[in-house]
Design a binder for this molecule. Structure first.
Ligand code: 13P
Ligand code: SF4
Length: 324
């Protein structure tokens, strides 16, 4: 890594990472960059990944939808997914020829854990003819048992495209609330939620507004309905970043996993980010050391059970068709 390149990375993370921490991380970042070249690998990172991963080694970053599109468009031999298991599985579904590596298979998701393919079949039996729109935060088996996937970026677009009176939107009850409040469809759901976003309370937002009367509050749709109703805007991770880019508020609270504001703070130096912090324990499983090791050993390959791969791919591809 050229000294100027290293300096540029450190500048983007220096509000969070001390110089001794940077000196420890730097050789690992250099090794990952070298291994990437040797393996013909691309590193994709979700917006919640640690700043040293986001700024130091990722080739591309984004929301779940952005990462799925980037994986679909990639011609790399190897994709390393710095995110959670469902994101790696989605990448493998839509780019089956690539080797997809996940640096730690314990990087799960509370929403994905909340529902099984058998649950989806039961819902289908209980609600015959009602289309099942499944959040990408699920296993390939659950996707295969569903009609179409969505992400928080395109959930409204997918439900509107189905042009239906009733829809089952699973497993996130709060994303379902968000869609229910904004479409003409009756939205049935499942009692899943995200361990990170369910922690936020309206009292957090009231306290912020009391301390900073000019603050803009923007929230992810995995937050509860009450929190969504107290926010000035709602959107997926990439939509929240775009909102800051467009509005350039003096002060903003991003009510979502708090690493994201750390990652984008250097892009918006004039914006003050002030929010309660809730960290995703699954996203934190991915570390620089694990990225290096999986690239060194070509470990952590994602394989999808062939009995569900075609059905799951169908649900993801249908989403990409309805939301190009
Ligand atoms: P986005 O699709 O908005 O990036 O969200 C993914 C996620 O896991 C949010 O908790
Ligand atoms: Fe899953 Fe929530 Fe973590 Fe996103 S933040 S990966 S929804 S547990």
């Amino acid at each position: 890594m050229e000294p100027a390149e290293a300096d540029a990375i450190f500048e983007r993370v220096s509000h969070l990472v001390t110089e001794p921490e940077w000196e420890l991380a730097r050789p690992i970042i250099e090794e990952i960059r070298q291994l990437k070249r040797e393996r013909g690998a691309t590193i994709l990172a979700h917006n919640y990944q640690h700043p040293l991963i986001f700024h130091g080694v990722a080739d591309l970053h984004g929301s779940s939808l952005g990462l799925a599109r980037q994986a679909a468009d990639s011609d790399a031999d190897v994709i390393v997914m710095c995110g959670v298991h469902f994101m790696a599985e989605t990448a493998k579904l839509i780019n089956p020829d690539a080797t997809v590596l996940l640096p730690d298979f314990d990087a799960g998701c509370s929403l994905a854990d909340s529902i099984t393919a058998e649950d989806v079949q039961r819902l289908r039996d209980e609600h015959p003819g009602v289309p099942i729109v499944t959040y990408v935060n699920t296993s390939a088996g659950v996707k295969a048992a569903s009609d179409v996937c969505c992400t928080s970026s395109n959930a409204l677009q997918i439900v509107e495209a189905l042009n239906t009176d009733r829809v089952l939107m699973i497993p996130d009850q709060h994303l379902a609330d968000y869609v229910d409040a904004r479409t003409g469809a009756e939205v049935l759901t499942w009692q899943g939620d995200c361990v990170v976003h369910q922690e936020f309370r309206t009292s957090d937002i009231e306290a912020l507004r009391a301390d900073y009367p000019d603050i803009q509050v923007i929230a992810h749709p995995e937050c509860t309905r009450e929190v969504q109703e107290s926010a000035d805007a709602i959107g997926s991770t990439s939509q929240l970043i775009d909102w800051v880019d467009t509005h350039r508020p003096e002060r903003v609270a991003m009510i979502t996993e708090c690493t994201m504001s750390d990652n984008v703070a250097s892009r918006f130096p004039e914006v003050e980010f002030t929010q309660p912090c809730s960290l995703c324990p699954y996203m934190r499983k991915i570390t620089l050391e694990k990225i290096r090791d999986c690239l060194r050993e070509m470990d952590g390959k994602v394989d999808i059970d062939p009995s569900v791969a075609a059905g799951a791919r169908n649900s993801v591809e249908k989403m990409l068709e309805l939301s190009p």
